[in-house]
Design a protein around this ligand. Structure first.
Ligand code: SF4
Length: 315
């Protein structure tokens, strides 16, 4: 797989662009994720022409449409940042980003719960950074997260699963759009979708079944929207356990009594929270190789992202 292009707030890469001349380097992003990702750094405050160091800024006014103002002298930089953002967002269409990682709590980059100061000077944690808001409006389908939330293993897993899935979409279906390529993509992602949302899995299945009756462009757009919507929903132990039992059905005739027992036990241990999801998945992958199960061999549920990212190993 080609490296995934991911936008990122520059300070998370260690660039000294913060108001105080410092950075917010996140070693997981650069050292671990960086092996699979080509980062496209963006610092809204510096790129819109503000110096480093500079006066600290904050959001002020209506939490739904706040202004970006300096904390001490009250200079309003909202228009300057928005004018720059319109052009920069258009430029960001070119690198075919698969997502964006924002710096949390920043009045420019924060994705959620950013402090907005009322006219009385009282902070309420209900804001979205000016650039982050515009980015989401411009790229409504792209997966976005902030580095703070990515410290949560489940949220990290969910975000990375989505960017890897989007990259596969672009590689499998986009170069030569066809119903056949869409069907291949759907078939290989069926169990992954099921682990997030059985309801979406049914709807997407129906859409694919009617594929030949729908104009290709519309079909692609509807499929991608629903697919990304599905993957945004959290997987749960219960949903994963159901998928694992479902997977087991494919080996019904192959597994010996002992092997069946072992697999059931490990799924049960996962269900009870004693072992991570990775444990039953590794065992199933072993049986897929041993019994050469062709349908499962191609299922991305069994290898949605590189093992080196150490996902699915939390309980
Ligand atoms: S949070 Fe955003 S605006 Fe602030 S320094 Fe980092 S990249 Fe620049």
């Amino acid at each position: 797989m080609e490296k995934i292009r991911l936008g990122i707030s520059s300070c998370l890469l260690g660039e000294k662009v913060r108001y105080d001349g410092g950075h917010k380097w996140d070693p997981y992003l650069t050292d671990t994720l960086g092996r699979y990702v080509e980062f496209v750094p963006v610092c809204p405050e510096v790129e819109c022409g503000l110096p480093t160091p500079r006066e600290a800024m904050r959001l002020q006014g209506d939490p739904e449409a706040p202004r970006l103002v300096t904390s001490r002298t009250g200079q309003d930089h909202t228009e300057r940042l928005m004018k720059w953002a319109r052009q920069r967002l258009a430029e960001l269409e070119r690198p075919d980003l698969a997502g964006f990682i924002f710096k949390s709590n920043s009045p420019s980059c924060g994705l959620e719960r950013v402090k907005v100061y009322t006219d009385q000077g009282v902070p309420v944690k209900r804001g979205v950074g000016i650039f982050a808001r515009l980015f989401r409006e411009h790229f409504p389908l792209l997966p976005v997260e902030d580095e703070g939330r990515l410290h949560d293993p489940q949220l990290r897993e969910n975000f990375l699963e989505r960017i890897f899935a989007l990259q596969r979409w672009r590689q499998i279906t986009v170069p030569q759009p066809s119903v056949g390529n869409l069907v291949t993509f759907h078939t290989r992602h069926k169990l992954l979708i099921l682990s997030h949302s059985p309801a979406h899995c049914r709807v997407l299945g129906r859409l694919v079944a009617q594929a030949k009756e729908i104009p290709l462009k519309e079909l692609y757009a509807r499929y991608l929207t629903l697919f990304l919507e599905a993957l945004r929903l959290k997987t749960t132990t219960k949903k994963n356990a159901n998928v694992l039992y479902h997977l087991m059905g494919y080996f019904k005739r192959d597994l010996s009594g002992d092997e069946k027992q072992e697999l059931l036990e490990i799924i049960d241990l996962y269900r009870q929270g004693y072992v991570p999801l990775l444990a039953p998945v590794i065992l199933i992958n072993h049986y897929v190789r041993k019994y050469r199960e062709p349908y499962l061999k191609d299922q991305y549920y069994l290898h949605p992202h590189p093992l080196e990212l150490q996902l699915r190993n939390h309980v």
